[in-house]
Each structure stands twice: as C-alpha cells, then as structure tokens.
Design a binder for this molecule. Structure first.
Ligand code: AP5
Ligand code: MG
Length: 217
C-alpha cells in the first residue's frame, strides 16, 4: 500500500510516518530527510537543496521527483511505502501518478493532517532533531531522557536550520501557495482522508488509524 502524508510544516507528518511505517512494516520515505542527509554529507545535491531549504523554499520539482522515483524502485518498496513530504506540488503529484501507473501501482490513500497554524509554530520552535539517526523530539512534551542527548544514539539533538522563526514563516507561505492545492487535487480523485493532528502524538496517530479503518484500509 502506498500512503502519503500531507500537511503543513510541523503538522506531525514525520512523527506519524515513523509509527505507521513500523506498524505496516513498509519503508518511510521523507524527502526532507533525504535532503538533510545529503546536506550533512556535503554532496552536490545537498548543496543545491540547502540553498532552497534554508530560505524556506521548495527544492525544484525535477530534482525531487527523480529522487523519489529512484527510491520507490528499490526492492524494499515492493509492498508499499509511506511518503512523507512528497508530493508537494501539483506537478510532483502528476509525475507520481504517472510513475506509479507505469509500475502497475497507485497512490492508495492521502492522509491530510489538519492542525491550527498557531500550534504548529510553537511545535517547530520547540522541536529538536537528531542529526545522526533523525529521531524527533519536542522540548516540552517529548524531550530526550538525558539532557540534549538523543535517546537512540546519544548524539546531541539540534534545532533544524529551517526551524528559525523567519524561515518558518516562509515555509508556511510556500505551503499555502504550492502544497495546499493538493488537498483539492486529491479530494477530486477521491483518495483523501483527513486526520486531526491535535491533542498529543498518540491521539493524533489514533485519529489517523481510525480514519484509515473507516475507509477500509
Ligand atoms: P520536511 O522535512 O518535509 O519539512 P516540512 O514539511 O516543513 O515538515 P516538518 O518536517 O517540519 O514537520 P512534520 O510535519 O514532519 O512534523 P514533525 O513530525 O517533525 O521538508 C523540509 C524542506 O525540504 C522543505 O521546506 C523543502 O525546502 C524541502 N522539501 C522536502 N520535500 C520536498 C518536495 N517534495 N519538493 C520540494 N522541496 C521539498 O512534528 C513537529 C514537532 O511537533 C515535533 O517536535 C513533534 O515531536 C511534535 N509533534 C508532532 N505531532 C504532535 C502532536 N500530535 N501533538 C503534539 N506535538 C506533536
Ligand atoms: Mg518532517
């Protein structure tokens, strides 16, 4: 099954994707994580991606689409995948539909995580991530157990460069302009379900699982 998580920056896509991937035993594909890994390694792709990401803009479609297609061709995606942060433009969505059709597959369901923008801004300023294993924390309600050391690997957790207040505002703007139109795009296709991303992580995940069950997934 191919599932896509849609939602504004900080809606909780990554947090829920990790858990769903674990439950369903299919890989979690986050374009943001792929870009950040390349930035950390200093690759050409990383340099290109950083110039957009750190300014709150989307990485160009043609770069992003080919990365995801390559990833989806890998054998571990045979039984499906959780797409987190892709597609993010109508063009990317059309390219994904075309690619999947060529593979005899389809995007089964799009989960739109809905949440208030004010709460998201608070979440992003309190989010800390592990640069090594990508684990995500919230300093308020989901802090690492020992100071700033990642629970999984002990690396010091950090604030993402694009979680600085001025960049957060640019990311919201980009989301409204480029990504939000996907809600109507997938509604028209009939494969969009909504999940409230509020009242804590467990409750949000339960909302998603309930919505999936109600749609017979
Ligand atoms: P990406 O990494 O995908 O960033 P994003 O979409 O802005 O989303 P975030 O990762 O910030 O938030 P999230 O929804 O995953 O929330 P999280 O679970 O961490 O992309 C980064 C950049 O890469 C983009 O800006 C763009 O430049 C580029 N890019 C990526 N994909 C691209 C594409 N397809 N095309 C072009 N460019 C692309 O949760 C946030 C915080 O809240 C955490 O601290 C978490 O602990 C907490 N939290 C989560 N859920 C809850 C809850 N229910 N209650 C309370 N707290 C919660
Ligand atoms: Mg994320």
């Amino acid at each position: 099954m191919i599932i896509m998580l849609l939602g504004a920056p900080g809606a909780g896509k990554g947090t829920q994707a990790v858990k769903l991937a674990d439950i369903l035993n299919i890989p979690h594909i986050s374009t943001g994580d792929i870009f950040r890994a390349n930035i950390k390694e200093g690759t050409e792709l990383g340099k290109l991606a950083a110039s957009y990401i750190n300014d709150g803009k989307l990485v160009p479609d043609e770069v992003t689409v080919s990365i995801v297609e390559d990833r989806l061709r890998k054998p571990d995606c045979q039984n499906g995948a959780i797409l987190d942060g892709f597609p993010r433009t109508i063009y990317q969505a059309e390219m994904l539909d075309k690619f999947l059709a060529g593979e005899g597959k389809k995007l089964d369901v799009v989960i739109n995580i809905v949440i208030d923008e004010k709460e998201i801004t608070e979440r992003l300023s309190q989010r800390r991530v592990c640069p090594e294993c990508k684990a995500t924390y919230h300093l308020g309600h989901r802090p690492p157990k020992n100071g700033l050391a990642c629970d999984n690997c002990g690396t010091e957790v950090i604030l993402r460069d694009d979680d600085k207040p001025d960049v957060i505002q640019k990311r919201f703007k980009e989301y409204h302009e480029s990504t939000e139109p996907l809600v109507e795009y997938y509604k028209a296709k009939g494969n969009l379900i909504e999940s409230r991303g509020v009242n804590g992580i467990e409750q949000s995940l339960n909302n998603t699982i309930r919505a999936l069950i109600m749609r017979n997934f």
